[in-house]
Design a protein around this ligand. Structure first.
Ligand code: P6P
Length: 335
């Protein structure tokens, strides 16, 4: 009897029913996010056929110019999630401040944080991009959350995931019980389980970093990368390979699938920016997924998921992936 493929809905219902792992409200929230990721993927896939490429003519809180699709994806997530009654507020890379659920709708017990379209600088050149999301609980007794209620360490996440819009459209998700990958079956429009309990190999010979920043790196990262580049004639005694898509979801998905180490380290260009990537809606969700798959995630000095945030859009150095390599880099920082 062939195994009947499992849909995202069945996967989540079983996490709710059999393991009591997730309440119905969280299951419904994740279903809405997954449905919205399909919608975002459709907008991305239209490319030049729809008037959604290029610049939106605005910039976000990071001072980065917004692509039209950044704005489209952000609005899709707001509109899909504001009425369901599962959330108290949302925060996005594309919005300066959190978006409280309007009083005309019921408020729920969760907070949603997301980068609606990560890697959007790649859209116009047709390279994979994606959506990253993180779910926190609303702190006890809080009725009207503000920015401070989002400032929870990554260990408080109850769910995290990303969609990657690539050759196939994938949704990778954890609710704290391993990592599952779903592939979009476009005909019925259903997310189908194609990998459960994803595991990152403990060791790797593949690294991902933007090497053009080498002159700005701090000594431990410089040492680590120089050793990889030295290959079998150097202290590591083996050759390494490099990949850099410059789309975090694509680089991280490769690592989730076949191992590797991803580094976007702090560098000495701008002391006010300890790295490029944002802690709350990029580093934390990716760290949750990586740790759930047996990998590790550090800023060089501490576990990313233990960092207590000080501001909504704060940046952090990110070193994540195959545990042995991440621990080696952390070791170089502590020496
Ligand atoms: P760089 C995309 O803009 C992003 O935020 C991540 O998706 C990606 O890993 C990184 O920036 C790429 O940065 O400096 O190589 O363009």
């Amino acid at each position: 009897m062939p195994v009947r493929p499992v849909s995202l809905t069945q996967y989540l219902v079983e996490k709710q029913r059999e393991k009591g792992l997730i309440p119905a409200e969280l299951r419904m929230l994740l279903e809405v996010i997954a449905r919205t990721c399909k919608r975002i993927g459709i907008a991305v896939s239209k490319g030049a056929l729809a008037d959604c490429l290029g610049e939106a003519g605005s910039s976000n809180v990071q001072g980065e110019s917004q692509k039209k699709l950044d704005v489209i994806a952000n609005e899709a997530l707001l509109e899909a999630n504001e009425w369901g009654g599962n959330l108290a507020a949302m925060a996005s890379e594309e919005m300066d401040h959190p978006y409280p659920i309007p009083n005309r709708y019921p408020k729920g017990e969760f907070l949603l944080l997301y980068d609606p379209l990560d890697g959007s600088s790649n859209i116009d050149v047709n390279v994979s991009v994606g959506t990253i999301f993180s779910v926190l609980r609303l702190p006890e007794g809080v009725k009207d959350p503000d920015e401070t209620h989002f400032l929870q360490p990554g260990i408080r996440q109850v769910a995290a995931g990303y969609a990657v819009f690539g050759p196939s459209t994938l949704l990778v998700l954890t609710v704290g019980d391993g990592v599952a990958c779903f592939t979009l079956d476009r005909e019925p429009g259903a997310w189908m389980l194609t990998a459960d309990r994803m595991r990152i190999p403990q060791s790797t010979r593949e690294f991902a970093i933007n090497a053009s920043n080498a002159r700005h790196w701090e000594a431990p990262v410089k040492r680590y990368i120089d050793e990889l580049l030295a290959g079998k004639d150097g202290p590591r005694g083996v050759d390494f390979n490099m990949r850099w898509v410059a789309s975090m979801v694509a680089d991280v998905h490769r690592i989730m699938t076949r191992g590797g180490i991803f580094l976007y380290p702090r560098d000495n260009r701008d002391p006010s920016k300890p790295g490029k990537l944002r802690l709350l809606y990029e580093a934390n969700p990716m760290s949750f997924l990586v740790e759930q798959a047996g990998g590790a995630a550090t800023n060089g000095l501490q576990r990313i998921m233990e960092i207590v945030p000080s501001s909504l859009h704060q940046r952090v150095a990110v070193i994540l992936g195959s545990k042995e390599e991440v621990e080696r880099v952390a070791g170089y920082h502590s020496q």
